[in-house]
Design a protein around this ligand. Sequence first.
Ligand SMILES: Cc1ncc(COP(=O)(O)O)c(C=O)c1O
Length: 441
Amino acid sequence: MGNEILVESHVKKIVMPDNLKMGLMIAEQRKKCASVGCNVEYFALGFGQSPFHVPPPLVKALASSANQGHYSAAEGILELRQAISGFNKRHFGIDVDPSRIVIGPGTKDLINTLVNIVKGGVILPSPSWIGYRPQITLLDKHFHIFHLKPEFNYRIQPDDLDEFVSKIESEQHMMVLNNPHNPTGTVYTKKELEKIAEVCRKHNILVIADEIYALDTYEINNFTSMGLVYPEGSFITNGLSKDRSAGGYRLGSCILPTTSTEELENDFKKVAATVYTNVSTPTQYAAIKAYEPNEEIEEYINITRQIHRIMGTYLSEEWNKVDGIKATKPEGGFYFFADFNELADDLKKKGVTTSNQLGESALSCPHHIGIITGDACLLEPNDYGARIAFVDYDGKKTFDNYKQNPPRSNSDELVFVKQNAPMMVKSVNALKEWVSYIKQF
Ligand SMILES: Cc1ncc(COP(=O)(O)O)c(C=O)c1O
């Protein structure tokens, strides 16, 4: 067969996800460095996966579920949906009948199914997680970028949303509301969510409430699920990938709105059955363990949450001290957002003319700082911003150290960071050196 294989044009509209692209860029940079004998270290602040081990009860449950080789229902096994219902009641105070819960291969796939099924364009607040836009593009749906303002710490302002949506003609909209937010680390208060919900009711906006970092909220009592505030219009997605560190298990859940009809539930199942049949049955059986009450897993979530808080507070404060950079203070999750716009003139003089090139410059030799910038965060080309992930440390060792000797004061926490995350501490110096290089004539 001599002819080139032809690929559909909608596939050409998306590029490799930027977290993966970052891996390739680092590999390329390493090759270049090796060829000139450079052995300066790399700072991995780009890829944002939980650094911790999978909780042992979940690992054991997966091993003992290996004989569950049969197909299962497209919406997931009932025992798991019941366990998720109980989990939502315990943690978030939401009453949800298992019939409103659908299991999928990760929340990413569930969001994809939602965007596929639900009519209307998608409002994407920016900055944003890198995953949403490519899915929407691949499905050939419309999206509308709603820029969040740094002066409001990138929190959605209900009046702005009201004005923004008023200009879009559509009988129904969808909006992604990621809380805690990747990349800024924002956690919305209940009052803020109520005001956002009012605007959603007014304009018939359905919310894709991506709450994958919910249990990684540092002050857990500050977290409110959109399922409590706007149950009639929210699709709530969550899963095992972040607070239970099992991203590779590929298991997530979606709670359908209270107004969902049997027809919508069936549409969801129909698409799931058509696209992936069911989530791996052994993984579903194992996941029951992760959702049922379990002291070891609760302790695991509490400890990892505290470690994320300590690491995020340290790194965001250090970045904020660097002249020309404004960093958000994360309240949950494992990212913060850094604004480099004060350095715009200096960056341009150094040939960094777009926000995408900001990431390339930070990664270049000898700086070696891997961060996610530019359109991967849904930024405009002239908006110099970046997502910083603070998970560059040995998760298991750090977890064990915390358990043995939890830090009890701010100064203990600083010692804890220095002992457990030396590369993150060093990355601050690398950042300062890169900023001085940018400011040099
Ligand atoms: C905001 C956000 N939503 C969804 C996901 C995807 O999660 P899952 O592994 O459940 O597909 C991620 C993972 O990085 C994320 O950061």
